[in-house]
Write a protein that binds this ligand. Structure first.
Ligand code: CP
Ligand code: NVA
Length: 308
């Protein structure tokens, strides 16, 4: 089992499915108000270079529910690259806490922290990947149908969220149809890796530019912001580039009542209409809830708690 949770592609299908099974059990226990103290006395540090609601609250509440504790670290306090190096931060934290969850711009930074830390590092989103989100998304799909029988379409920007969905599909053998403008396709190396993984798992991955073609007959339609954190200066241009990629009633008419997914935060009137996001086909708050349970299962796996 890998030490870190940086990318779902580092993990076997067996391990990811075991995490997903545990997340489903934790969801039921949470709804009954029962929390096993599987991480009693454990401490995680959380380092955020970008804003967050879901990732921050679900990690902090999650570890507390399992009996542990979280410490919030801001870049202006820690100063990776200005006050001290990433490796020194990683080696120091390793002497005090049991795990570091990091949300950074550069994916290379989480890889560097993982290389020098002796504790597990969890990727809480980088410019390249968002693996905790992908695990929550898998749990959400599994609440409605067997994920390997589902077809998921992703429509919009070829960003960190779809990169992780591609890798998840590759590892777990899922059907994923992606539609992006040719100028904003998913990362080429990630796509190649997902396609390689698909050869072993039987995943069916298609890439195109036509949103209608992508969503025709699918079970789930997923979209994300057209302007990710750090790209704010391009927001106006991006609104033009992605105009044809909005998830709205017209697009959903090509599906048979597909469920609608979004990692949030959403921009109503841009990548998705308010009617769709707030409508009966939307499962976006199930996804948000599943962040809590998926990450608690990931924490238990990485920190070696003794659940069975
Ligand atoms: N989906 C997600 O990661 O949300 P936050 O940016 O609020 O953490
Ligand atoms: N693609 C988005 C995801 C936010 C959770 C971003 O990186 O800003």
């Amino acid at each position: 089992m890998p030490k870190d949770f940086l990318s779902v592609a580092d993990w076997s299908a067996e391990d990811l499915l075991s995490i997903a099974d545990r997340a489903a059990d934790l969801r039921l226990a949470h709804r009954d108000g029962k929390h096993e103290q599987t991480l009693k006395g454990r401490t995680i540090a959380m380092y955020f270079e970008k804003p967050s609601l879901r990732t921050h609250v679900t990690f902090e509440a999650g570890i507390a529910q399992l009996g542990g504790h979280a410490i919030m670290l801001r870049p202006e306090q820690v100063g990776i690259g200005t006050r001290e190096t990433g490796p020194d931060v990683a080696r120091s934290l390793s002497r005090w806490v049991d795990c570091l969850m990091a949300r950074t711009f550069s994916h290379e930074l989480v890889e560097e922290l993982a290389e020098y830390a002796t504790i597990p590092i969890i990727n809480g989103l980088t410019d390249l990947l968002h693996p905790c989100q992908a695990m929550a998304d898998f749990s959400t799909i599994a609440q409605f149908m067997e994920p390997r029988e589902a077809t998921l379409a992703y429509v919009g920007d070829g960003n960190n969220v779809v990169n992780s969905l591609l890798l998840l599909a590759g590892v777990l053998g899922l059907r994923l149809k992606v539609a992006t403008p040719s100028s904003h396709r998913p990362d080429a190396k990630i796509l190649a890796r997902a396609e390689m993984l698909a050869e072993g798992s039987g995943a069916e991955i298609t890439l195109g530019e036509d949103p209608v073609e992508a969503v025709r007959g699918v079970d789930f339609v997923y979209t994300d912001t057209w302007t990710s954190m750090g790209q704010e200066a391009e927001a106006e241009t991006r609104r033009t580039i992605f105009r044809e990629y909005q998830v709205n009633d017209g697009l959903l008419a090509y599906t048979d009542n597909a469920r609608v997914m979004h990692c949030l935060p959403a921009h109503r009137g841009e990548e998705v209409t308010a009617a769709v996001l707030d409508g009966p086909q939307s499962v976006v708050f199930d996804q948000a809830e599943n962040r809590l349970h998926a990450q608690n299962a990931i924490l238990e796996h990485l920190l070696g708690s003794s659940f069975s």
